[in-house]
Design a protein around this ligand. Structure first.
Ligand SMILES: NC(=O)C1=CN([C@@H]2O[C@H](COP(=O)(O)OP(=O)(O)OC[C@H]3O[C@@H](n4cnc5c(N)ncnc54)[C@H](O)[C@@H]3O)[C@@H](O)[C@H]2O)C=CC1
Ligand SMILES: O=C(O)[C@H]1O[C@H](OP(=O)(O)OP(=O)(O)OC[C@H]2O[C@@H](n3ccc(=O)[nH]c3=O)[C@H](O)[C@@H]2O)[C@H](O)[C@@H](O)[C@@H]1O
Length: 429
């Protein structure tokens, strides 16, 4: 199928690459000239495992442009994957989405299936549909389909090739369009869930909210574990072995970050409150997440009441391992908090960069050795494999102090203690 993807970010670029890999002809359009130029040269502007390879492999079927008109010429389907970032009041900024949909309709000279992949609050697809009708477009010119995306950064290519489900939200029953969506994803095996627009929108929000709630739940349990000398990793194993609960998303730590969980929970809470529903669980989930950082900071300050003269090494800047994305990164929040307490932080990440505003008070190093040298405390804020497998005995020799803060509960506590480290995790007995 001939497809146009609007937006070449984490989702748009992965979508374009994977759809071309399974046989579609894809033109990906982005407003960002630099991004498009770099993609045309075969260079991927983000770090995402296997994405570079798949883009290069499919260059016969995958191209990039800034010109929406050209991108639309032969496209039967237009997939919209632009950002829907949070506004200060917690609601979603839908201006990029509206702008993308309405500018593409101005250029369209034939019927287009418009597939909304961006994450949007319930009611958005219906509102877009109505706006298009109000502006005089009709069903001979467009069919609007909601198709939320469930990929994770760090495994985006794999997730898109192996989804647990493909959700399709429609305005009304439309077997021909369902057939087209199946054709688009030909070769990808997953159950199709067909629903209406708000059903699809809410499946997406509810999935993220449920996963975030699992994280806040285990973080709250970790706090309780500390009071009773229990180890949260045993609790996670014990409850996870119940198939009704499952093992995933039960890793306690510094809380969830990233460009989606924080914004999607805020946005869902916002629309619920607008409809006079009090979102008790969503609010509690966010409250636990917002206070988890202080829980760690207080534990550190119990050991070091004055942090101001200490050298702190921060391993991990990205919001999680295997990505360069620093949006809503808890590691960055941690650094800001430590700066407020008078510390300078020496940071290292295999792929992510400190934002400019933090390079005034802190330093980023190109390797672990320089970061750890003479550190009083080392904080592991992101579970990169490099940190899990590094030689901690050597790290101890490089450091001045012997305190390890495991902000992801991802290290071997017993091994570190046997090396003479003082280990601070959360809920570790
Ligand atoms: N990042 C993720 O892991 C996931 C994100 N999502 C959702 O997907 C959407 C996109 O997220 P990301 O890819 O992370 O965003 P992003 O910020 O990485 O990429 C968005 C891209 O859209 C481009 N853009 C904006 N307006 C445009 C327009 N009118 N025409 C052409 N290009 C335009 C921007 O220049 C940017 O390159 C969001 O709604 C997000 O919530 C859903 C699942 C996973
Ligand atoms: O809508 C989205 O954007 C995406 O959001 C998440 O994906 P992502 O944000 O890439 O990363 P996750 O692996 O879900 O991690 C999110 C945050 O939770 C934290 N986390 C995760 C799991 C866990 O057990 N504990 C925990 O603290 C991570 O460190 C990270 O900060 C969802 O997992 C995807 O399904 C969804 O498509």
């Amino acid at each position: 199928m001939n497809v146009c993807v609007i937006g070449a970010g984490y989702v748009g670029l992965t979508t374009a690459a994977v759809l071309s890999d399974i046989g579609n002809h894809v033109i990906c359009v982005d407003l960002d000239m630099k991004k498009v130029e770099s993609l045309r040269k075969g260079s991927i502007p983000i770090f995402e495992p296997n994405l570079q390879e798949i883009v290069l492999k499919n260059k016969q079927r995958l191209s990039f442009t800034n010109d929406l008109g050209t991108a639309l010429e032969n496209a039967e389907m237009v997939i919209v994957a632009v950002g829907t970032p949070p506004l200060p009041d917690g609601s979603s900024n839908l201006s990029y989405l509206y702008s993308a949909v309405f500018s593409m309709m101005k250029y369209a000279t034939s019927h287009k299936i418009i597939m909304i992949k961006s994450t949007v609050p319930p009611g958005t697809n219906e509102a877009i549909y109505q706006s298009l009708i109000d502006q005089g477009y009709n069903s001979n010119q467009f069919t609007l389909v909601s198709n939320p995306e469930f990929l994770r950064e760090g495994s985006a290519v794999y997730d898109m090739l192996h989804p647990d489900r493909i959700v399709v939200g429609l305005h009304e029953e439309n077997p021909a369009i369902i057939q087209k969506v199946k054709e688009l994803y030909h070769g990808i095996h997953a159950p199709f869930i067909i629903t209406n627009y708000s059903g699809a929108e809410l499946i997406k929000y509810a999935s993220n909210a449920f996963l975030a709630t699992k994280i806040s739940f285990i973080n709250e349990m970790a706090r309780i574990c500390e009071m009773f000398g229990a180890d949260i990793t045993h609790i996670a194993e014990g409850i996870g072995s119940d198939a009704r609960i499952g093992y995933s998303f039960l890793q306690a730590g510094i809380g969830y970050g990233g460009s989606c969980f924080p914004k999607d929970l805020q946005s869902l809470s916002f629309v619920a409150k607008e409809k006079n529903i009090t979102p008790h669980i969503l609010d509690a989930t966010q409250k636990v997440n917002d206070t988890q950082m202080d829980f760690y900071v207080n534990k550190i300050m119990d050991v070091f009441p004055d942090l101001s003269s200490l050298k702190i090494a921060m391993l991990g800047i990205a919001f999680k391992a295997d990505t360069d994305d620093i949006r809503e990164s808890r590691a960055i929040e941690f650094i800001k908090k430590l700066n407020q307490l008078g510390c300078t932080v020496h940071a290292y990440d295999p792929k992510a960069q400190l934002p400019n505003e933090l390079t005034v008070d802190n330093q980023q190093h190109p390797n672990l050795q320089d970061t750890l040298k003479d550190a009083d405390i080392t904080i592991v804020a992101t579970g990169w494999k490099e940190f899990l497998t590094m030689d901690w005995m050597q790290a101890k020799q490089l450091m001045r102090g012997n305190t390890i803060v495991d902000a992801r509960n991802c290290l071997d506590k017993d091994l570190l203690e046997s090396y003479g480290f003082q280990y601070i995790g959360v809920g570790r007995g």
